[in-house]
Design a protein around this ligand. Structure first.
Ligand code: DGY
Length: 331
């Protein structure tokens, strides 16, 4: 029987290739300095049986109309908003992701951004580079302390839980959250209180977004919401840039409707270097590095490979998003 071929759409930690090869699969890799165009991706995907994809790959309706032959997609990310899962399901293709392994890393970035914004760290760093640090300033560059403040978490999943743990432990923050369903563990461990979305936005001193990007959350954090936040609030987004409306965020900061913002995700990505957010004192922006630790990326590569190997070995996929496909395949 010919070997099943897996296309890895970027160079990722080597463990993925090693595991796939050891499991008897043939691996082809795209080694370009950036993602393939969709056209290129389709041409290459037509020549393989499985895809180990990244968030920048556009796996939409058109893609699945061209590549319905794929056996499985193993996404190298926890987020999968680049994949039209409904179309994959129609084509009978299981889609998997890499949860858990990046929760600590991503929450660390949210936590770091929160502190950086509360003390204007990125801005103050830039003043040194610009030669503007002349003397001690008793009344300039004052930030806010975080101890005892209220942290609002939108999306109390795995990453939200780690953020809550960090903030409770380090600053004894009161935790409130809004989620699709209640999270009894967060309530028990951190005394987190489930609140309505309206209460979340009105009462948070720091509002940290940890949700998926979906039809319900796209553009959710817009002017309407920013108007209802405290004028002293800090908005943190480490999930997906599409969850906030960036023009509205800029306007809200300019008008002083909120105090500051920390973003690891922007809309669009990459952010243009002349984006006004980059010059604002109370803003910190990072280039989507939430999962960028050796541990997280190695774990993501391992799990993405495990999902594909397990599919070929047993028909099971540990982190399958559209599990119904597996049931249909078994029946
Ligand atoms: C994820 O896993 O979704 C991160 O954003 C990295 O893409």
């Amino acid at each position: 029987m010919p070997l099943k071929k897996v296309l890895i759409t970027r160079i990722i930690p080597a463990i993925a290739k090693t595991m796939l090869t050891d499991a008897g699969l043939e691996v082809v890799e795209w080694s370009g300095d950036g993602p393939m165009s969709q056209q290129e991706l389709i041409v290459r995907a037509k020549q393989v049986n499985a895809l180990l994809s990244l968030g920048a790959d556009k796996l939409d309706k058109h893609f699945f109309s061209q590549c319905p032959h794929l056996d499985i997609i193993g996404q190298f990310a926890v987020g999968y908003d680049n994949i039209d899962v409904e179309e994959a399901t129609k084509a009978g293709i299981p889609v998997s992701n890499t949860p858990d392994v990046l929760s600590e890393a991503t929450a660390d970035v949210a936590f770091g951004l929160m502190i950086a914004v509360s003390r204007k760290m990125f801005y103050n760093h830039k003043t040194i580079i610009r030669g503007e640090w002349k003397q001690f300033e008793p009344l300039k560059n004052l930030g806010f302390q975080l101890s005892g403040k209220t942290l609002g978490i939108f999306g109390m999943g795995r990453i939200g839980m780690v953020m809550a743990k960090r903030c409770k432990g380090a600053f004894d923050m009161d935790i409130i959250y809004h989620n699709r369903s209640r999270n009894p563990e967060a309530e028990k461990l951190f005394g987190a209180k489930y609140v309505s979305f309206e209460k979340l936005i009105r009462e948070s001193d720091v509002l940290s977004v940890h949700s998926v990007l979906s039809d319900e959350t796209r553009g959710l954090f817009n002017m309407d919401v920013f108007r209802q936040l405290k004028p002293t609030a800090i908005f943190i987004n480490t999930s997906r840039g599409g969850v906030h409306n960036e023009a509205d965020l800029i306007e809200a900061l300019n008008q002083g409707l909120i105090w500051g913002a920390g973003l690891d995700v922007t809309n669009p990505e990459p952010m243009k270097p002349d984006n006004p957010l980059l010059e604002m004192p109370n803003v910190a922006v990072l280039p989507h590095i939430g999962s960028a630790t050796v541990e997280a990326r190695t774990g993501m590569a391992r799990i993405a490979a495990e999902n594909i190997i397990s599919f070929y070995q047993s028909g099971e996929v540990p982190n399958c998003i559209n599990r119904q496909v597996l049931e249909v395949r078994k029946s």
